[in-house]
Every structure is written in structure tokens, then in C-alpha cells.
Design a protein around this ligand. Structure first.
Ligand SMILES: C[S@@+](CC[C@H](N)C(=O)[O-])C[C@H]1O[C@@H](n2cnc3c(N)ncnc32)[C@H](O)[C@@H]1O
Length: 281
């Protein structure tokens, strides 16, 4: 293996920062230089490439799209767990799902679609699936789809397996634990009736994915890494894919202030927050 320089120069940092920003919307500020250096260095070692600049040229080459995927994968933050932010799951359980199913039953429409955009390793879409199973006793009449998308292949593979260590389940209510998980080999397997509702999909939020008629979007703790222009574009896309009166959940440190004024109304219930689409007059 060749020599890897100890220092990532300011120009090299900018090259990688702009490449990552263009490709997936994540904007790494100056204080993230060490973080980026460490992640890039790991890729250099894996490929036995001796300098940051040579790696940059390699990863920019259209023929090496897989390596670009691996680089993006390596800089994503995939922290997540089941029922993260329980007040939001209370809104989902107590308001959103009952309202949606009542409205749809009246219209004779038995389709229900949720999208977990930036789902990481799958705990979020599976938590949504569990709430839907709890709320709909005649589930076999319904066509329920929970699209779980992420830019990280590594995460998608974990999600598809649906096997998790105990620490990811600390906020799972005990009755759900008994009902929807199988304990084996010191980990928890999500049961088949939950898994069946979730479809994992590799998708970069910078691009369209053709979804329409979505009832609920969860995009939590994802946009926080994007700049404001990218956030505006993504929220405009959510607004377009959502059904009339559809719902949008963001992370606790995220809001639509200055991003989508007037397109969504803010909901606050028992410390949980969400947004509901305002339909054009
Ligand atoms: C911190 S996790 C959030 C997981 C989950 N939504 C939650 O709140 O627990 C952020 C996820 O967003 C994904 N992500 C980042 N940029 C993305 C992009 N451009 N397109 C799709 N997913 C992206 C990352 O790979 C990561 O898995």
C-alpha cells in the first residue's frame, strides 16, 4: 500500500465536501474535517490508494459508481432505534392512523401507504408497521405498504434481515415486545406479519423515486445534515407525493420554519409534533 498523507489539505477537504454535497445533499462543515478524513482514509486503505487526490479522481470516475456509494455510506450517521421519540408515535397511534382509516373506510379505499425516508437500519418503518397492525384488526382487507428508503446499502441489508440487539428495543412497549418480536440467539427478530408490510428501497433523497399517494411521510433526523436549499427541495417533494391531508413527521431538532410556510400546518399533541398537508384551495 502507498503512503497516506497525515494531513487532508483544505483544498482536498473542499473537493470531498462538494462531491458529497452534490451527490447526496449532506453538507459537512469545516469542523467535520477530521471525521471526513478518517472515513476517506478507511476507503483509501481498503482500495490501497496512496493519496486523497488519487482517491478523489477514482471516486469521480463514472466507472466507479459503486465506490461512490461506499464513500457516501461511510459518511452517513445511522443512529436509530424502535419507537424513537415516543410522543410522535402517540400522535401516530391516537390521531393519524385512526383518522386515516376512518376517512378511507368511508371512501371504500383500503390502500394505506407510509414512507420512511432515511430509514437507516429499519427500526422506524417497523415501528410504524406495528402501530398500523395494532390499529387495523381487519388488516387482510387492506393493502398496506411502508416504503423504507435509504442511501446506505449496509443499512438496507440490516433492515431486510430484521434482527436487532436488545438496546435498539429499549422504548418498545412490553406488550408489543411479546407480540411482534421473537427472541433468539441474544437478539430480537421482527415477526413476519410486521416484515411483510415493509418494503426496503435504495433511494437518494436528492432524486425523485416515483412515489405518489403517500398518506404519511417520516423523514426524521435526516434533513438536519442538509443545507436549507436542499431541505426546501425535499419538503416540496414530500408535499407533492402526499395525499390530501397527509402527514409529515420530522425529527425533534427539525422544523419547517422558513422551509415550507403555508404548505403544512403544525400539530402539537402531548409533547409530540407533526405536520399536516394544507391542501391547495
Ligand atoms: C440519523 S439516521 C435517521 C434514522 C431514522 N429516520 C430515525 O430518525 O431514527 C439518518 C439516515 O438518513 C440517511 N440519509 C442521509 N442522506 C440521505 C440521502 N441523500 N438520501 C437518503 N437517505 C439519506 C442516512 O444514510 C441515515 O441512515
Amino acid at each position: 500500500m502507498g503512503y497516506v498523507s497525515d494531513v487532508m489539505t483544505p483544498d482536498e477537504f473542499k473537493l470531498f465536501r462538494d462531491l458529497i454535497h452534490n451527490e447526496c445533499g449532506i453538507f459537512l462543515k469545516e469542523e467535520k474535517r477530521d471525521f471526513l478524513k478518517m472515513r476517506v482514509e478507511k476507503r483509501l486503505k481498503t482500495l490501497s490508494i496512496g493519496s486523497y487526490f488519487n482517491y478523489y479522481r477514482y471516486v469521480k470516475d463514472e466507472r466507479n459508481r459503486r465506490e461512490l456509494s461506499s464513500l457516501l455510506d461511510s459518511i452517513t450517521i445511522n443512529e436509530t432505534y424502535f419507537f424513537r421519540n415516543t410522543p410522535q408515535f402517540e400522535i401516530l397511534r391516537e390521531r393519524v392512523i385512526p383518522e386515516l382509516i376512518e376517512r378511507k373506510r368511508k371512501a371504500g379505499d383500503y390502500n394505506l401507504m407510509a414512507w420512511s425516508a432515511g430509514c437507516a437500519t429499519g427500526e422506524e418503518p417497523y415501528s410504524i408497521a406495528i402501530e398500523i397492525l395494532e390499529a387495523i384488526p381487519d388488516i387482510s382487507r387492506w393493502n398496506v405498504q411502508i416504503i423504507a428508503s435509504d442511501i446506505s446499502w449496509r443499512c438496507i441489508e440490516t433492515g431486510q434481515k430484521g434482527v436487532y440487539p436488545g438496546e435498539k428495543l429499549k422504548d418498545v412497549p412490553p406488550e408489543y415486545l411479546a407480540k411482534y418480536f421473537i427472541y433468539s440467539d441474544a437478539s430480537y427478530q421482527v415477526s413476519d406479519n410486521v416484515k411483510r408490510l415493509v418494503i426496503f428501497d435504495f433511494h437518494n433523497l436528492k432524486h425523485e423515486n416515483g412515489l405518489t399517494e403517500v398518506d404519511v411521510v417520516f423523514c426524521r433526523n435526516v434533513m438536519i445534515y442538509f443545507d436549507i436549499e436542499e431541505q426546501k427541495r425535499i419538503v416540496a417533494r414530500f408535499q407533492k407525493v402526499l395525499n390530501a391531508d397527509g402527514y409529515l413527521f420530522l425529527g425533534h431538532a427539525e422544523s419547517l420554519q422558513g422551509i415550507a410556510n403555508g404548505d403544512f400546518k403544525f400539530l402539537y399533541l402531548n409533547k409530540g409534533t407533526a405536520y399536516q398537508k394544507v391542501n391547495p384551495a
